[in-house]
Design a protein. Structure first.
Ligand code: AMP
Length: 290
């Protein structure tokens, strides 16, 4: 039977008991509005762990004052049903007051990496993400925690956080799940109207174009220009927050890829109508590309 726990002391106690029994604990943090992307993380967790816990918490601290916290999609009954289908063991579903007391003053900041890419346009966002994830880690103390590559910067920052702060939890990055036309699954895709939805895969197409250009030996600058041009030609694209080519570990800007077997990250965020879409791809340059 799947358990739904709202209280942090209670979940700590239950997990502590399971650990004493020698169970390997996996955690999948989410903000709910579950879709196949989340389910792929849950499936991976179930493969690798004895107990699968998902958290559902729309974390107020990671939303800016003008962002979509209030209208973020929430449907706990649907999420509960989907989690139960996947045979999740425990849903941790705290209220904001349970996670943050009246006078919360402590935050986690991964410097430099939180200022670039999405962080440049969403100040404080990654501080909110790191803080809530570290709190979840401290409450649950899982062995493994599962995150999607869809939010690549988040994954890279969290890996850095556990490494820098000596947190003994394995961060597992999972491939992005896409619609058949290439659009990355996201809870925010629900904001798109029909016409927008039909055209929204332009972001993935632009990333693929940049990939093919660097694979053909063009410079990062040229690849970027081609991709940005493609995005600008689409009338639904209202703004390009960034289109960056970076190293996938510390997210440093790359001048030129092309060393043997070097991996590069191509990542972008755009405003598609009133919806902000993000996507990325990690490309492994093969030996015969220079
Ligand atoms: P969210 O509920 O949007 O905070 O996402 C919870 C987790 O699911 C994060 O680790 C996301 O990276 C991951 N996720 C979201 N969309 C996808 C997707 N399309 N493919 C794989 N993982 C995803």
């Amino acid at each position: 039977m799947m358990q739904i726990i709202k209280n942090k002391n209670e979940i700590s106690r239950i997990v502590g008991k399971l650990k004493k029994e020698g169970k390997k604990i996996g955690l999948v943090p989410t903000m709910g509005a579950l879709h196949e992307g989340h389910l792929s993380l849950i499936k991976r967790c179930k493969e690798e762990c004895d107990i699968t816990i998902i958290s559902i918490f729309v974390n107020p601290v990671q939303f800016g004052p003008n962002e979509d916290f209030a209208r973020y999609p929430r449907d706990f009954e649907r999420d509960r049903e989907m989690a139960s289908q996947e045979e999740v063991d425990i849903i941790f579903y705290p209220e904001p007051g349970e996670m943050y007391g009246d006078r919360h003053l402590t935050y986690v900041n991964v410097e430099k990496m939180e200022k670039i890419m999405c962080g440049k346009f969403r100040p404080g966002h990654f501080k909110g993400v790191c803080t809530v994830v570290l709190k979840l880690f401290n409450i649950i103390i899982p062995d493994n925690a599962y995150f999607g590559m869809k939010d690549f910067q988040q994954l890279a920052i969290l890996k850095k956080m556990v490494s820098d702060l000596d947190i003994n939890i394995q961060i597992v990055g999972c491939e992005t799940v896409r619609e058949p036309d290439g659009l990355a699954l996201s809870s925010r895709n629900a904001y798109l109207n029909q016409e927008e939805r039909k055209n929204a895969n332009i972001l993935f197409q632009a990333i693929n174009l940049a990939e093919s250009e660097v694979r053909q030996g063009r410079s990062v600058k040229t690849a970027r220009i081609s991709a940005v041009k493609m995005l600008k030609e689409c009338s639904f694209v209202k703004k390009i927050d960034y289109f960056d080519i970076r190293d996938p570990v510390e997210l440093k800007a790359l001048k030129n890829p092309g060393k043997q077997n070097m991996k590069i990250l191509i990542a972008s965020a755009i405003w598609f109508g009133k919806t902000r879409l993000i996507d990325n791809k990690v490309v492994e340059m093969s030996q015969n590309q220079s």
